[in-house]
Design a protein around this ligand. Structure first.
Ligand SMILES: Nc1ncnc2c1ncn2[C@@H]1O[C@H](COP(=O)(O)OP(=O)(O)OP(=O)(O)O)[C@@H](O)[C@H]1O
Length: 264
């Protein structure tokens, strides 16, 4: 489903601030896997998601999605293949468009379309049905501007948008980090439900070790642009947050002092 190999990415090459972010990273993710991704600041987690979505093109290496070599494809060309939810709730949706217009964009992603003809009665019924599953009352607010919604509501709509796309790949970049704990939990549970129901192949970046083990089917740790830990199945089931933290500290060579890594 997603195969990246020998990925190399350097920012500001040839300058005093040159930063070799991805260093020959290899990862193969099977259809339907839900992979949680951890790693210290600057490990290359977001860069990896950006290279998969096409927002960044790697210096070398390959990106294969659904058996297609998309390494050099720009983001817009992969938009129908990959859905994303970002840390900032303001990023994934357009605040100056209505809820139904945002959903229409997601529904038509990967096709040529204009907004007006894209919205019809049949689609509105579908959007209402989908929104009702969120239990946030948004099914009665189709014509409301997206900008009126709270951060948690926007993340919920972003997740819903990922199910309207032809894509079966969902990239989550710390998508609950900017929310209060209660809303974050709601969005996480919703994520889990949507991923399982729609059989999405998912990569979720998180700073919380607890979340990394609680959600998904596999956990990958990045360090200095490489995969340094990759656990799934029984081996992962047996892992505790303490084990994971020890591995994390061993890799980094220093103690972790941030409680958010444990709790999240
Ligand atoms: N567009 C860019 N231009 C220059 N440097 C960048 C750019 N994007 C990221 N970087 C740098 O590349 C490194 C890796 O960043 P990345 O966002 O991939 O790390 P991360 O593992 O997601 O970290 P964090 O947990 O802090 O978000 C960091 O040092 C970051 O400052």
């Amino acid at each position: 489903m997603i195969k990246v190999g020998q990925l190399q990415l350097t920012f500001n090459r040839g300058t005093p601030i040159e930063n070799h972010v991805l260093r020959g990273l290899n990862l193969y993710i099977k259809k339907g896997e839900f992979v949680t991704i951890i790693g210290s600041n600057g490990a290359g987690k977001s860069s990896l998601l950006n290279v998969i979505s096409g927002d960044l093109i790697a210096d070398s290496g390959h990106v294969i999605i659904n058996n297609k070599n998309v390494t050099r494809w720009p983001a817009w060309k992969r938009a129908g293949m990959v859905a994303r939810v970002f840390q900032d709730p303001m990023v994934g949706t357009c605040e100056n468009l209505t809820i139904e217009e945002n959903l229409a964009i997601a529904y038509n992603r990967g096709n040529n379309f204009t907004l007006r003809p894209a919205l019809n009665r049949k689609l509105r019924v579908l959007f209402k049905e989908k929104l009702a599953t969120l239990n946030l009352g948004l099914e009665n607010r189709l014509a409301d501007m997206m900008g009126l919604l709270s951060g948690g509501q926007r993340q919920a709509v972003s997740l819903l948008m990922s199910t309207l796309q032809p894509s079966k790949i969902l990239l989550l970049d710390e998508h609950t980090a900017a929310l209060d704990p209660k809303t974050a939990q709601f969005v996480l549970d919703l994520t889990n439900e949507i991923v399982l129901k729609n059989k999405l192949t998912t990569m979720m970046v998180t700073h919380s070790m607890k979340q990394a083990l609680e959600y998904g089917t596999r956990t990958v740790m990045l360090h200095q642009g490489q995969v340094v830990l990759d656990v799934s199945g029984e081996q992962r089931d047996k892992l505790t947050v303490t084990d994971l933290l020890e591995m994390f500290e061993k890799t980094r060579g220093e103690k972790v002092t941030d409680d958010a890594l444990l709790l999240g």
